[in-house]
Design a protein around this ligand. Structure first.
Ligand code: PRP
Ligand code: 7HP
Length: 191
């Protein structure tokens, strides 16, 4: 865990750096190595879940040594803020047919598990040759439905984090580090 060095360059809403860009980079390389080993001789379809997985997916695919195609799906839970309401819907579907393909779902964070659980059900029904899950962050204390995670970057505590693709009300996705949002910012703002 890291504290701030000098003043808080991120502003008053953010508390501390949980994972800095060097630690993220090291872990993404390791994940890329594992995935490349496991998929040797096969072609992969990496499916990023928008928008949070955008930056993770972009870095991860550049660490792969197997052929990889990329597609995206956008899923929304109803509502804003830090709490999922539980209802999930597809906002943008895949452009490619995944039947017979080796599909790797790439997600920034698994929290309640509702998003991944929903997508896995939908994608399984489309008969891919294989379907695996790669998440950068796992927040197991918040889980409401179990989800199988094949590749996990970091297990993190139950704190709301932003940066490296993750947002709070669409802010902070561009940060290179993963940073804890102060509880005062979102307390009482659950939907
Ligand atoms: C976030 C995150 C995951 C999901 C995880 O997405 O990117 O997709 O929530 O939560 P869950 O495990 O409780 O379902 P969000 O709906 O905020 O959309 P975004 O990726 O566009 O930020
Ligand atoms: C969703 C989400 N988005 C950003 N930061 C977190 O900690 C999150 N948990 N679930």
């Amino acid at each position: 865990m890291h504290g701030w060095v000098g003043h808080n360059v991120y502003g008053a809403e953010l508390e501390r750096v949980l994972l800095d860009s060097a630690a993220i980079d090291r872990r993404v390389r390791e994940l890329g190595d594992s995935i490349s080993r496991d998929y040797a001789g096969r072609e992969l379809l990496a499916v990023g879940i928008l928008k949070g997985a955008l930056i993770f997916l972009a870095d991860l695919v550049r660490r792969l040594t197997v052929p990889v195609a990329i597609d995206f799906v956008a899923v929304g839970s109803y509502g804003a803020g830090t709490e999922s309401s539980g209802a999930v819907r597809i906002l943008k579907d895949l452009e490619q047919d995944i039947a017979g393909r080796h599909v790797l779902l790439v997600e920034d964070i698994v929290d309640t598990g509702l998003t991944l659980n929903y997508l896995l059900e939908i994608f399984r029904a489309r008969a891919p040759a294989s379907l695996r899950v790669c998440v950068l962050l796992d927040k197991p204390e918040r889980r409401r439905v179990p989800v199988p995670i094949d590749y996990c970057g970091f297990v993190i505590p139950d704190e709301f984090v932003v940066g490296y693709g993750l947002d709070y009300n669409e802010r902070y996705r561009h940060l290179s580090d993963i940073v804890v949002l102060r509880r005062e910012v979102y307390r009482g703002n659950s939907v």
